[in-house]
Design a protein around this ligand. Structure first.
Ligand code: PLP
Length: 368
């Protein structure tokens, strides 16, 4: 079976680097909030072109802490997309605020600014972009919209490690970028991990306090926080994997280029290619196609030995806890159609050229 992800296919070089990291942590005898975490925070913030990185337990907590640091809470509305991992909206709810769902642009699956404008209200405090599938798109237009409306721009970067627009990194366009390092992400740990990247050292200090019970110094709690600390083992593993990330990203982009060039588009539709001159803006966390006969295509691919997944089969507003959440009064029809048709093909950096050819042949056999 050609899998969506296959960590066993990783090279001996990567595994050796990770083992060295594990060994370093065990020898140090220090397991939570230490030198490895600080080094990874600095390294990742630098890769994002940001002044501060605050390592946390996962991407969900990175988002919640970021919202709380900005004082976004009860009574406030945050406009975001229904086509995302549920964690995006769960973070808004957990901060005490209200997620307001705008529709997507069907060409990319990303938030549609026209729909966002229909969702504005006097309670709107922020627009939370999700760089879905690895796509960073037109951040300058979002900055302009938020500036005009007096809103914070926030970035969920769980799927967009190393994505750049005009050379500027995902996570650096708004108040914060929230990263997940869940194992399947483009940069993944061997467990849960996340990071908030910020411009402002004072906001970073507050985030450090919130991730550690709201503790400013040992046993002093100026506010109520949570336990969401990036542990030393995951930080060391991420530091070990970081030097390989650029190469992995280039491999994902090369696989995507072959899919774009060779997949027949009769029964399936490809999402839009990156904008002209912005080849770095898509890091292909997922390669997603759309197909009106998705269930039949998926069964055909499984029979041909190709695993696929749907990201995401049920949009946020159709999940039971979200049925009465506010949304675009014009409806969320593009998100609903996308949810019914989207299909993710294997696109991880460990795929061989032969496997990529087999995926293409299997999809084209369905189209033919
Ligand atoms: C878009 C998006 N946001 C947030 C998250 C949450 O990250 P984590 O699983 O690390 O909490 C994920 C991960 O699934 C994601 O894909």
């Amino acid at each position: 079976m050609i899998l969506m992800n296959d960590f066993r296919a990783e090279s001996a070089e990567v595994q050796a680097a990770m083992l060295q990291g594990v060994q370093r942590v065990l020898s140090s005898g220090w397991y939570v909030l230490g030198e490895e975490g600080r080094r990874f925070e600095q390294a990742w913030a630098a890769r994002c072109g940001m002044a501060e990185g605050v390592g946390v337990g996962n991407g969900l907590d990175a988002l919640e802490i970021g919202l709380r640091v900005l004082g976004i809470g009860p009574g406030d509305e945050v406009i975001t997309t229904p086509m995302t991992a549920f964690a995006t909206v769960l973070a808004v709810q957990r901060a005490g605020a209200i997620p307001v769902l705008a529709d997507i642009d069907p060409r990319t699956g990303l938030l549609d600014p026209v729909s966002v404008k229909r969702c504005l209200s006097p309670r709107t405090r922020a627009v939370l972009l999700v760089h879905l599938y690895g796509q960073l798109h037109a951040p300058g237009e979002w900055q302009a919209l938020c500036r005009t409306q007096g809103l914070y721009l926030l970035e969920d970067c769980a799927q967009s490690h190393l994505a750049r627009w005009d050379g500027q990194s995902a996570g650096s366009f708004g108040e914060f970028g929230a990263y997940s390092f869940y194992p399947t992400k483009n940069l993944g740990a061997a467990g849960d991990a996340g990071m908030l990247v910020l411009h402002d050292p004072q906001m970073a200090e507050r985030a450090r306090c919130l991730r550690n019970y709201g503790q400013s110094e040992r046993y002093h709690h100026p506010e109520l926080g949570m336990n969401s600390r990036l542990d030393e083992m995951q930080a060391a593993l991420l530091l070990a994997r970081l030097p390989f990330l650029a190469h992995w990203t280039a491999r994902r982009q090369a696989i995507a280029a072959r899919y774009r060039a060779e997949l027949q588009q009769s029964a399936v539709r490809l999402l839009a290619a990156p904008a002209q001159g912005q080849s770095e803006s898509h890091v292909y966390h997922l390669f997603v196609i759309a197909c009106a006969q998705r269930a039949t295509l998926q069964a055909h691919l499984t029979a041909a030995g190709v695993q696929t997944l749907c990201h995401y089969p049920v949009p946020v507003h159709q999940q039971p806890p979200a049925t009465d959440w506010p949304r675009d009064p014009a409806g969320l029809l593009h998100a609903e159609r996308h949810a019914a048709q989207c299909l993710s093909l294997p696109c991880h950096p460990g795929l061989s050229d032969g496997e990529v050819e087999r995926v293409i042949a299997a999809v084209n056999a369905f189209c033919g």
